[in-house]
Write a protein that binds this ligand. Sequence first.
Ligand code: F6R
Length: 617
Amino acid sequence: MCGITAYIGYRDAYPIIINGLKRLEYRGYDSAGIMLYDGESINLSKTKGKVSILENKIKEEISDSGVIGIGHTRWATHGIPNDINSHPHISQSGNLAIVHNGIIENYSALKHELIDRGYSFQSETDTEVLINLIEEIKKTEDVKLGKAVQIALNQVIGAYAIAVFDKEKPDEMIVAKLGSPIAIGIGKDNQEFFIASDASPFIEYTKDAIYLEDGEMAIIKKGREISIRKLKDDSLIDANVQELQLNLEQIEKGGYEHFMLKEIHEQPQAIIDTLRGRLLTDKGIIKISGLENNMKRFLNAERIIIVACGTSWHAGLVAEYIFEDFARIPVEVEYASEFRYRNPIITEKDIVIAISQSGETADTLAAIKLAKSKGAFVFGVCNVVGSSIARENDSGVYTHAGPEIGVASTKAFTTQITVLTLIALRLSRAKGTMTSADYRLYLQELELIPKKIKKVLETDEHIKAIAKKYLLSTNCLYLGRGYNFPVALEGALKLKEISYIHAEGYPAAEMKHGPIALIDDRMPVIVIATSKGHYEKVVSNIQEIKSRSGKIIAVVTEGDTAVREIADHVIEVPDTEEALTPLLTTIPLQLLSYHIAVMRDCNVDQPRNLAKSVTVE
Ligand code: F6R
């Protein structure tokens, strides 16, 4: 949450920073701001609202010249989203500027100390406290900026990724990280450096990047090698320069109106990429190196605990059904935020699987650390390569979905399920819990999934027409059973987060235990009723809704006739094995939410109050 970016080099900083902020806007869009240094003065412009508003404001307010600058797009934590609370923040002397992603938990005590020393504050933010603390240390201890940052950060409790600039040292930028991500792009001959929460703001300028680790600080000087030090003991660290795999095309809309729609349509290819080199159907083999290297542990595991948040948690629920069914290993699925705070029973015989698209979710990261401290082996399922979670795990697997920029998760979910299905299948083979015939059947079916998703995507116009009928709904129920119960939860989450319609997901059979009281002729009920998987029972549930005048939108298997007779609308998906149906039934629910949100004029890619990467707990 919050995106930070900075540039120091020889090009105009403004276009680099403003475009960078647009790419980072998925991380928060409550406010935005830029500081540019023109060789003499610090020029600052910031505003409540989106980067596009900032862009207009800058034209009226400040000169956009300068080869050094820092920028920020905010997801508010301390202080309401307004111009004053927006970043960058400037120190009392006017010399230092900072952008910050994270939370300084002990900011209040530090603020009081600084007030006693004569500081006054313009904003309600923890960040303004931090920059004045740095200034105070620099002054009183007579140290350089880097040292002052280091001392200050050792007094701070919380999480941060920061970039700090000092007008008195204009060839230098200090960057540090704990808990929030930061990447440093390195230009040719160290003549320019790019700093950002992820690499997207600078991919057209350089492919060489360093991802700082927690507790590290980088001193960046134009024309010089980066020096990286540990904040705790000042020891020097060798810079690990990585080659970025990202390209510009991946982070652009590519002709789609929204990133979310693009990402929904990317799912066939994303799943092909997830399966590539891992699913070798001809040979009857599944190969995932992170799993093979730890096969013994998996085979001896007494239990798998899945930790995740939001949509990733829903993927974990699907995995619970798959692992128990295929590999006969008991599985518990936990909200990472609950797990980390309830003294859970974890043993060395447990395997913890952490699922995260961003690889930066604070609660999931904390859950991993807790599990590791109790001796469990932690296996990660992440999308973002090199992310904090990917690095913290003992082993893991990437989903290879490509960048997911729309705040509502789509292709991350289906690729997570795909990877988890591969793992469960591989384990079932090793444990002998599935017959060879079934195993081969699943391999073949899995390979066909991308084509089948393409077919579901072809029903888009039909789904759009259904969306039109329900765009004014205020409530909505989603029902599914077995493998498709988590899909119902995910469908409801997609609708509420992007269209702000209240929606709930339930196991279909739970209707009678309460939710059925909600049904009337204004209540749309989306039911997943594929032919494999408790079909007759779900049809009975549909009848129960119908007889109470509920409006039924059913997701059915191609060729279904029974549900068609009773439902108000049906959306067909191709037939597949029951355990693989979530990969198909999810798609129409994503499209339905998307179209309803667009028709309600909601900001689909940046829904209110949300941010893509939840780096605060
Ligand atoms: C919903 C959504 C969120 C995320 C959740 C976890 O569409 O995107 O619920 O799934 O914040 O994020 P990751 O997977 O990055 O850990």
